[in-house]
Ligand binder design. Structure first.
Ligand SMILES: Nc1nc2c(c(=O)[nH]1)N=C([C@H](O)[C@H](O)COP(=O)(O)OP(=O)(O)OP(=O)(O)O)CN2
Length: 165
């Protein structure tokens, strides 16, 4: 007998983060600006013996922890080939052609992505969430997805098929 698949969604105030960023696009570098980002998590999976897929609380806990690592930070794309980074003990210099910024290291987060678009922030968030759910022993999922919204009416979704280890 095939198992029924259920879809869950969590979206809460604690799943937001306020952060600064810029993206490179069409040969230009945007000005540094900020968003009150909002995250919505969607998962698909099968019922456990207690008739739920995964505890909403578990999804909220892990997603809120990831959001906290991004909150009040400058989000930087470590893998952007057009941006050069150099650092000393306390400061990171970020250079795009003849424009540069110097930030305190404690106020930035270097993300393993090519650009801090909503699409790649969702991809990063989704990968982090999968890792944390796996470490927590979750084993009922088929898909994990994350919406990252830059503001009302503007958001991107990234998902991963769940691979049970
Ligand atoms: N597909 C994407 N397009 C754009 C992204 C993105 O992440 N994915 N990001 C940006 C900018 O970084 C910016 O965050 C948003 O720019 P924009 O929509 O032009 O500006 P506003 O939020 O001020 O838009 P208004 O609707 O005019 O208020 C650009 N594109």
């Amino acid at each position: 007998m095939s198992q029924r698949i259920y879809r869950l969604q969590v979206t809460k105030d604690q799943l937001g983060f306020a952060a600064a960023h810029f993206i490179t696009m069409r040969g230009k570098c945007e000005r540094l600006h900020g968003h009150n980002y909002r995250v919505t998590v969607e998962v698909e999976g099968f019922l456990c013996e207690d008739q739920y897929v995964v505890d909403f609380g578990v999804l909220k806990k892990h997603a809120a922890e990831i959001a906290r690592t991004l909150d009040h930070r400058v989000l930087l794309a470590a893998e952007n080939p057009k941006i050069e980074y150099s650092q000393n003990e306390q400061h990171l210099t970020v250079r795009y052609e003849d424009k540069y910024y110097v930030f305190p290291i404690a106020e930035v987060i270097m993300l393993p992505i090519q650009n801090t678009t909503a699409e790649l922030l969702a991809t990063y968030f989704c990968a982090e969430l999968c890792e944390r759910l796996r470490q927590d022993g979750v084993d009922t999922l088929k898909m994990v997805g994350v919406w990252v919204s830059e503001g009302p009416g503007q958001q991107a979704f990234a998902s991963r098929e769940w691979v049970q280890s």
